[in-house]
Design a protein. Sequence first.
Length: 249
Amino acid sequence: MKVLVPVKRVVDYNVKVRVKSDQTDVDLANVKMSMNPFDEIAVEEAVRLKEAGTASEIVVVSIGPEKAQEQIRQALAMGGDRGILVTTDVDAESLGVAKLLKAVCDEEKPDMVIMGKQAIDNDQNQTGQMLAALLDWPQGTFASEVAQNGDKLHVTREIDGGLQTVALNLPAVVTTDLRLNEPRYASLPNIMKAKKKEMAQKTPEDYGVDLTPRLSKLKVTDPPKREAGIKVPDVATLVDKLKNEAGVI
Ligand code: AMP
């Protein structure tokens, strides 16, 4: 089984993001960037499938600036076989990314695409679903377990009422949830080996995809500041305030 793993370069999850003073976006100057955490989980799962003999090749793809090479190299150090970087300075929207990934799938013909359920920078949670629709492939979203079962892929999904398992025909798109696995750290020898792995450089034009944004961002603002709490003298006052001031009971 050939597996394609899209990985996105995003602001590191430990960074406290600042909004630009003109409120056009968040400030990315001198900010630590990393692989989207849900994509790390996707890479880990692909590597485990390869270690189990289920996957034969892992192709890692990223759409973004030149520096997204770093995230592809990290995925290769974790166990990916080769990378494809589609370079663009456009902050690509989900539909544009999904169209590019579809074009990559048309060329690479993977049996499975495994990717994050959402990118932590824009929280869209739609690229995987859009890709499955464009490819007309089945999808298993929010996966907490993935197993090949004969010619089907069994994907256990985390839903409100518990766990749901779906059987997908291959090829299929899977999106990862937090509990699927715990990604490994790449070892130093593997980081060195990853430097020699093949990485193709492409452009959106090579795939005939126009990434011109369709949405305009009106403004970006900080969340409201948390107000200071108060101390109440006894339970009766607390209940009174919850009932008559906060209106929550
Ligand atoms: P989103 O729908 O934007 O929340 O992203 C969901 C998933 O789509 C991410 O976890 C990535 O696997 C993939 N993705 C989104 N944008 C990109 C990108 N620029 N390059 C590669 N993969 C991406």
